[in-house]
Design a protein around this ligand. Structure first.
Ligand SMILES: Cc1cc2nc3c(=O)[nH]c(=O)nc-3n(C[C@H](O)[C@H](O)[C@H](O)COP(=O)(O)OP(=O)(O)OC[C@H]3O[C@@H](n4cnc5c(N)ncnc54)[C@H](O)[C@@H]3O)c2cc1C
Length: 353
């Protein structure tokens, strides 16, 4: 039996951030992840920004989240001598004078001063339609999720701490102070399974809704946009005239199949924004692990305190995962209480008897 401190099931952004932070604290971690080409973390553009851009409000507890995010990215880049983080200017396109006025009004708000430039930017791009200009959001950027996940996985493989398989719940033995799985044992197991939590017999009572999202990558020859542009879609420049465009929100379909309807919706919105003919290179679909009350799902199983969940990252997995991983580690290592807003105790009455 190989002994570890933690077994982590699932290596999307949640499992990667948690495993990395635990290893920084000297913990021995074993990761089990079934390789899939398309998961929420692998298809997401990986952008972050501190605001809800529909209403110009700050994101939930964003002031507490940016430092853990930057610390995590710095530590990861240093550990692996790599570059995964690209800070970018985010330009929110205004649709009307009313939106410009709202921007000015909000940029005076004490919580938004650090994030909003109080002036307007007139449109410098001849092939972008933005008659009312843009507002600039500071502290935004994107992270190459695919590279992050792949680099970390290869390190784990090289150290014999990784297994590529679907976790078999029937092969798990639960002891008072240990969890065993085949030839591995650990003090605790943490499930970071994204939308597949719905298959997990220990946590499938939690209200994970799953929201389908689709994206396309397109070539827009000669557009020459360097900023991350947000209108009713996001345009993320990837270099060489290639852009990621997304995303759709679909609360009905629970599959990960690319649809013609979503592609047409994205192309129609792109046409409103850009005066160029896009060549579609690729299309992706994924299920966001969203929760009824829009808060993450963290904590121990009500009957087994060594079986833990880290899920429900929703639409902003990147921004919130380092902050929540720190909280979860404090909870697992020192018994520090979780924020009640994310603690799964709030759903204890939903657990079947
Ligand atoms: C279209 C779209 C665009 C998005 N854009 C952004 C964005 O720009 N910025 C942002 O921050 N967030 C974005 N998100 C949200 C973000 O992608 C999610 O919050 C995040 O990826 C969830 O990560 P996760 O690790 O919880 O789950 P996942 O990414 O689903 O990872 C779970 C992993 O666990 C594995 N797994 C699951 N169950 C098992 C099991 N039983 N055994 C073994 N392995 C298992 C899966 O194969 C997978 O590798 C977007 C999501 C979508 C769908």
């Amino acid at each position: 039996m190989k002994e570890f401190d933690y077994i982590i099931v699932g290596q999307g952004i949640a499992g990667t951030v948690l495993a990395f932070q635990l290893r920084l604290k000297g913990k021995h971690v074993f990761v089990i992840d079934k390789n899939r080409d398309f998961t929420s973390s692998k298809i997401a553009p990986g952008t972050y920004n501190p605001m809800v851009l529909k209403r110009f409000t700050p994101c939930w507890k964003v002031e507490d989240q940016l430092t853990p995010l930057y610390d995590f990215l710095d530590a990861f880049e240093t550990s692996f001598n790599t570059s995964i983080h690209v800070p970018l200017k985010l330009w929110r396109r205004f649709a009307s004078i009313q939106e410009q006025n709202l921007w000015l009004e909000k940029s005076d708000h004490h919580r938004l001063v650090p994030f909003m430039k109080p002036s307007f930017i007139s449109n410098p791009h001849k092939d972008i339609n933005a008659d009312f200009g843009f507002g600039e959001v500071k502290k935004s950027g994107w992270v190459d999720f695919l590279k992050l996940i792949s680099i970390f996985k290869h390190r784990l493989i090289s150290e014999g701490c990784f297994l590529d398989e679907e976790f078999d719940y029937n092969s798990m033995l639960i002891g008072k102070n240990t969890i065993s799985y085949k030839s591995i044992s650990a003090q605790k197991i943490v499930f970071c399974e994204g939308h597949r939590l719905t298959n997990n017999p220990f946590f499938n009572y939690l209200p994970l809704m799953r929201t389908k999202g689709e994206l396309i990558t397109v070539k827009l020859e000669g557009l020459n946009v360097q900023e991350l542009i947000k209108s009713n879609i996001t345009l993320l420049p990837l270099g060489d005239d290639v852009y990621k465009v997304g995303a759709t929100f679909n609360w009905d379909d629970k599959d990960e199949i690319c649809s013609v309807k979503a592609r047409e919706e994205l192309l129609a919105k792109l046409k409103e924004l850009v005066n160029k003919n896009p060549v579609v290179i690729n299309q992706y679909a994924g299920l966001r692990p969203t929760v009824k009350d829009r808060r993450a799902l963290l904590g121990a199983h009500p009957n087994h305190d060594n079986i833990i969940v880290f899920n429900g990252l929703g639409t902003r997995g990147l921004l919130i995962s380092p902050y929540l991983a720190i909280q979860l580690i404090e909870f697992m290592e020192k018994g520090v209480a979780l924020d009640p807003e994310v603690d799964i105790k709030r759903y204890k009455n939903d657990m079947p008897c």
